[in-house]
Ligand binder design. Structure first.
Ligand code: AMP
Length: 575
């Protein structure tokens, strides 16, 4: 038995395939969706889900919510620190409760699970999710991207020969837009883009700000009460035109009462919705598709119940949006389907995901050398050969990078290690570097010293922990924003490396009088031009100058090679 779990920022759910159909498993109160909240009592007692939420009014500092935001990133949440738990431990409590519900419903032991994560989770965050599962006593047989899960749930009864779907997932804390293609029952993610700090919580805060006008004192407890009222109003306004926000005697004496209309809400949230469309635009660009080429747009996540969101999405994609799926349940149902496929209780569907950001290593001159490009279908494997940068270099440091920028320093370092090299002249010792990403999106880097065949292998799991996932969005926009500067710097750096190789060789040619007349003059002039371009710094200027110098020395270079060969032959004859 394998269960499918949606471990959400605000809510979680567990499901299985039963008689060929995916279903969610309800708790003793008949609820299929559980708040992702954990209460840690002073005496070490723990409560999870709805019971934990009930504690929030009285004991807010001991109730952990939205823990998913802290998965695989350095601790920073005051409540997490207050209760002395890690994000993984808290998530494990949520998973343990879901496991308990499943075992109670199914009447058998549950030890394996498929768990979903946002498409934007990096290696560290995926590994942390896996560890949380293990802490809860679950073997995580697959980490599944949430949009893929949603598409699975959507695709169940609508599969035709070829379908292209956009999944717009706006939950409590994260947003993704993913473009998937389904062909002959095979799913492929064409592109994905998102923001891991964009969701319904922001709307609650926007309403809170609107409410808080004129009130200055907000102790934690009061803040939570106001936020809860804001969240209630937001939900109500998905069905009503206006709602009265009420907090009687919130500080013992004064009461709060104010009417919020849907129109007000639409105005307050306009910029917020715009941010989701900006991500959507990027994903569409990455996929290379036009919106007209999509067959459907599936809405997932609680916030897609907001009429303004639905309208904006329909406008953007120029089509009616698909709301047949229960937006809160689609991901867990998809996870259940994947679990069903893996346990054999469901027809096999192959699932393919993509890398959200490019992966590579640093090479000469501090450049990023991409080995696996962004949006590559996983699982995947790719490699490249690297040579020593200096004579007699004893080892090479492999810095593993993730990001879209041309210069290594602008990307994230996921980890680094050293590999020994054979002592040889520059460019002769070789190291093969291979990147492998498994179906769970976990990266393994292998470096092989060619002459000895010695391998150094690094698994990037924990070293990715230092990466702040909020920066994913910033990374992609920065790569667009600095595209011009970045490419100039790359051109300049590559030309500079070439120039640094050429200059001493050319100077040697000139000083040894190997050339004369007009040829010598041309080489001298070209050399001077390269030196000037190097100090003044124009990328294209330097590139052109280097090319000219290369060309000018072509004749003499060929002669030199000939001469070297003659010398070698002569030596051999002496021997
Ligand atoms: P999810 O992470 O998918 O569970 O989405 C939760 C988010 O959806 C939270 O911010 C909820 O406040 C929000 N939400 C749930 N129901 C509604 C609704 N009817 N209208 C607007 N927002 C909702």
């Amino acid at each position: 038995m394998i269960v499918g779990i949606d471990l959400g920022t605000t809510h979680s759910a567990v499901g299985v395939v039963d008689s060929g159909f995916p279903i969610l498993l309800a708790d003793e109160e008949g609820r299929r969706i559980m708040p992702s909240a954990v209460w840690y009592g002073e005496q070490g007692d723990i409560e999870v889900g709805r019971k934990a939420m009930r504690r929030r009014g009285l004991d807010p500092m001991r109730v952990v919510t939205s823990v998913k935001r802290w998965m695989g990133v350095p601790p920073g949440d005051p409540i997490l620190e207050n209760v002395g738990k890690s994000a993984e431990e808290v998530s494990a409590e949520i998973l343990r409760e879901l496991k308990r519900i499943a075992e109670w419903r199914l009447g058998e032991l549950v030890e394996k699970a498929v768990i979903t994560v946002p498409a934007y989770f990096n290696d560290g965050q995926r590994a942390a999710t896996k560890r949380a599962g293990e802490l809860a006593g679950l073997e995580v047989v697959r980490i599944l991207n949430e949009p893929t899960a949603a598409a699975l749930a959507y695709g169940m009864d609508k599969l035709k020969d070829r379908t292209r779907i956009a999944v717009y997932d706006l939950g409590g804390g994260t947003f993704d837009l993913t473009i998937l293609e389904m062909e002959d029952g095979v799913f492929q993610v064409l592109a994905t883009h998102g923001d891991t700090r964009l969701g319904g919580d922001d709307v609650d805060r926007l309403i809170f700000d609107w409410m808080a006008e004129g009130i200055y004192d907000f102790p934690q407890e009061r803040r939570i009460k106001f936020l809860e009222e804001a969240e209630r109003a937001k939900r109500m306004l998905s069905d009503e035109d206006a709602v009265t926000l009420r907090l009687p005697f919130y500080d013992g004496t004064s009461s709060f009462e104010k009417i919020l209309t849907r129109k007000d809400l639409n105005r307050i949230t306009k910029g917020w919705i715009e941010r989701t469309l900006k991500c959507s635009r990027q994903a569409m660009m990455d996929s290379g598709l036009k919106v007209e080429e999509l067959d459907a747009v599936v809405l997932v996540g609680g916030c897609t119940r907001m009429p303004a969101v639905r309208e904006a999405v329909a406008g953007f994609f120029k089509m009616k949006v698909d709301v047949t799926q229960h937006p809160d349940e689609a991901i867990a149902l998809g996870a259940a389907i994947q679990a069903g496929v893996m346990s054999g209780s469901m027809r096999k569907i192959v699932l393919l995901d993509v890398t959200p950001l490019s992966l590579g290593i640093e090479t000469f001159g501090g450049l990023m050398n991409v080995i696996i490009a962004r949006n590559t279908t996983i699982p995947c494997k790719a490699g490249e050969m690297f040579a020593n940068a200096a004579d007699g270099q004893e080892k090479m440091r492999v810095r593993v990078l993730q990001g879209e920028r041309e210069m290594a320093r602008d990307n994230w370092e996921l980890g680094n290690f050293e590999v020994g090299m054979e002592i040889l002249p520059k460019g002769r010792a070789r190291v093969g570097v291979q990147f492998k990403i498994d179906a769970d999106g976990i990266l393994e880097v292998l470096a092989r010293e060619i002459s000895t065949g010695r391998d150094v292998i690094m698994k990037i799991e924990s070293s990715a922990v230092n990466v702040d996932d909020a920066a994913v969005e910033a990374m992609v926009s920065a790569s667009v924003e600095y595209a011009f500067e970045d490419i100039s710097e790359r051109i300049f750096t590559e030309a500079r490396i070439k120039a640094e190789e050429l200059i001493p060789a050319v100077e040697m040619i000139l000083s040894n009088g190997l050339v004369d007349g007009s040829e010598a003059k041309e080489i001298e002039e070209s050399l001077a031009a390269v030196k000037t371009a190097m100090s003044r710094g124009g990328a294209n200027l330097l590139k052109a100058a280097v090319q000219k110098l290369d060309l000018a020395t072509e004749g003499v270079a060929a002669k030199l090679v000939e001469k070297a060969m003659e010398e070698a032959l002569a030596r051999e004859m002496v021997i």
